[in-house]
Design a protein around this ligand. Structure first.
Ligand SMILES: Nc1ncnc2c1ncn2[C@@H]1O[C@H](COP(=O)(O)OP(=O)(O)OP(=O)(O)O)[C@@H](O)[C@H]1O
Ligand SMILES: [Mg+2]
Length: 498
């Protein structure tokens, strides 16, 4: 006998031609931590939106707290205690922390004049309830991602949350912030009996935090059970239908050849200090370090986005001056940013258009007209290579699942065929199966002569793909590690936060 809070049976949902969910069953138990896992495009976010009343299901039963709900709007779900914290947190960046937490109630109570003292009191009380300390009077736009999340949790608790759902909450957090978030959530679970449903692609995290696991594949429930019934291998198998063993990158670059990219004594704003390294054709070099170590700043400097104070950057033995990203692109440097969803895409435009946006000039014929056949050829090549899950590349990017949107950004850059490709967190938000495919693609591109610089805090990823790893701290490279002569523990211990 389970203590069910929410029970879904036989849920199906399709979007014009795409069956996103078919016959999904799911039980959420009171006061327990559940994880929902599945490949990119398997239907996780769609299921969450159905639970929240944002999407209407086509078929199936929805029973909450013993009540069978036929139709359900977001307000009904909230009334039943269902709170969803989306990746954008649905907060107002221009309002203060206090206003974001408290204002709904003021407005709901129909007060014409807002009592600011009361707003502050309500917000202070809400933050005290979840035992966190965030200044009330700064605007939400100014606080860290981790704090935004906690503000959203405080707000959810003000609205009497009994189930809090979070879609990939830890993607943009550091290890320390993840620990802090989960300790707050544990408290709510133990003290208030709140249930949680998380989506995550980090399988170690899933195994460490969950009490119950639900695996979906292709819109169907594959398995549902207690945490103890699962290990990493079973999760991978249930998600993908096969097991995965990745081979490391065994390519040896030709050291007699001059480097593709050479960086000497580079100093750049805001914090890069005396950076030296080389990247050869065919090499994959990792860059890691804790948040604030300067790894993203290094990428930005090489992409012409941070003012360079001194030093020398050479590409194919020619010194280059990188003052803007145009300069970088002209010299054959490509950069896939960490925050791809906000930096990389035209969401309303078609998948096809986004893929070719960088290369459209080279696809023009002699009359300056674009050749539709060439374009669609190139688009389908990349859609296939990256296995972008779509019914039709003419659909807008915002019809894709999160992980598939990320692949479009990668496709856009890879299609432009740079000499040096800088990838910042190339597989963040990507499921295990596709991660392996992306790694293979990176190895293939390197094998064809590209030089890849991969920024990541996923150590197994770096060990599995790179020849060397540059370890950064305080804006400089403190160690260059040959991946054949190290292991995960050795690198992790070098990275420990003090
Ligand atoms: N508004 C929409 N219009 C058309 N198709 C959609 C829409 N929303 C989702 N889909 C499709 O439904 C399927 C499931 O998508 P969903 O976003 O639920 O996946 P997901 O499991 O959350 O994946 P990810 O791990 O990549 O975030 C995908 O094939 C997606 O393209
Ligand atoms: Mg999703």
């Amino acid at each position: 006998m389970t203590n069910a809070f929410l029970r879904l049976t036989g849920i199906s949902k399709s979007f014009a031609g795409v069956q996103a969910l078919r016959d999904v069953d799911l039980t959420i138990e009171r006061g327990r931590v559940h994880c929902l896992v599945g490949e990119n495009g398997s239907g996780k976010s769609t299921l969450i939106k159905i639970i929240a009343g944002v999407y209407q299901r086509d078929t199936g039963e929805y029973v909450i707290d013993g009540k069978n709900l036929a139709r359900l709007q977001p307000i009904d779900a909230i009334r039943e205690g269902v709170q969803v914290i989306y990746q954008d947190f649905s907060l107002f960046p221009n309002l203060t922390v206090a206003e974001n937490i408290a204002l709904n109630e003021e407005v709901a109570e129909g007060r014409r004049w807002v009592n600011w003292q009361q707003v502050r009191n309500v917000a202070a009380d809400a933050l005290a309830q979840i035992e966190v300390n965030i200044p009330l009077d700064v605007t939400v736009g100014e606080v860290s991602v981790a704090n935004k999340q906690l503000i959203a949790v405080a707000k959810a608790m003000r609205q009497n949350a009994r189930l809090i759902i979070m879609d990939e909450p830890t993607t943009a957090l550091t290890e320390r912030e993840i620990r802090a978030l989960f300790s707050v959530l544990r408290k709510l679970q133990e003290r208030d009996g709140v249930a949680f449903l998380f989506v995550s692609h980090k399988l170690d995290e899933v195994l460490s935090i969950s009490e119950k696991i639900i695996v979906i594949r292709n819109g169907k429930t594959v398995s549902e059970g207690e945490r103890d019934e699962y290990d990493r291998a079973r999760l991978v198998y249930d998600m993908t239908g096969h097991s995965i063993t990745e081979k490391s990158y065994d390519f040896e670059p030709d050291l007699s050849q001059p480097p593709l990219l050479k960086v000497e004594n580079l100093n750049a704003e805001p914090m890069l200090n005396d950076i030296n390294f080389e990247l050869r054709a065919g090499e994959i070099v990792g860059v890691t370090g804790l948040l604030g170590s300067g790894r993203t700043e290094l990428a930005l400097a090489l992409y012409g986005m941070q003012p360079i104070k001194s030093g020398r950057i050479t590409i194919d033995q020619k010194p280059v001056d990188l003052r803007s990203n145009r300069d970088a692109i002209a010299h054959g440097i490509g950069y896939v940013p960490e925050d791809r969803l906000s930096e990389g895409l035209f969401l309303e435009q078609s998948i096809a258009k986004n893929v070719v946006v960088r290369t459209i000039e080279s696809l023009r014929g002699s009359l300056g007209l674009t050749d539709p056949a060439k374009i669609s050829g190139q688009v389908s090549q990349w859609v296939d290579a990256l296995r972008i899950k779509t019914a039709d590349p003419a659909l807008p990017v915002n019809t894709l699942s999160g992980g598939n949107q990320q692949r479009v950004v990668l496709a856009k850059w890879l299609a432009s065929n740079p000499k040096v490709m800088i990838l910042n967190g190339p597989t963040v938000g990507v499921d295990v199966g596709s991660k392996e495919e992306l790694h293979n693609l990176m190895k293939k591109l390197a094998g064809e002569g590209m030089g890849l610089l991969v920024i990541s805090d996923d150590i197994p990823e770096l060990l599995g793909t790179c020849n060397r790893i540059l370890l950064m701290r305080n804006g400089t490279i403190v160690e260059e590690i040959n991946t054949k002569e190290t292991n995960e523990n050795k690198i992790s211990s070098k990275l420990i936060e003090d």
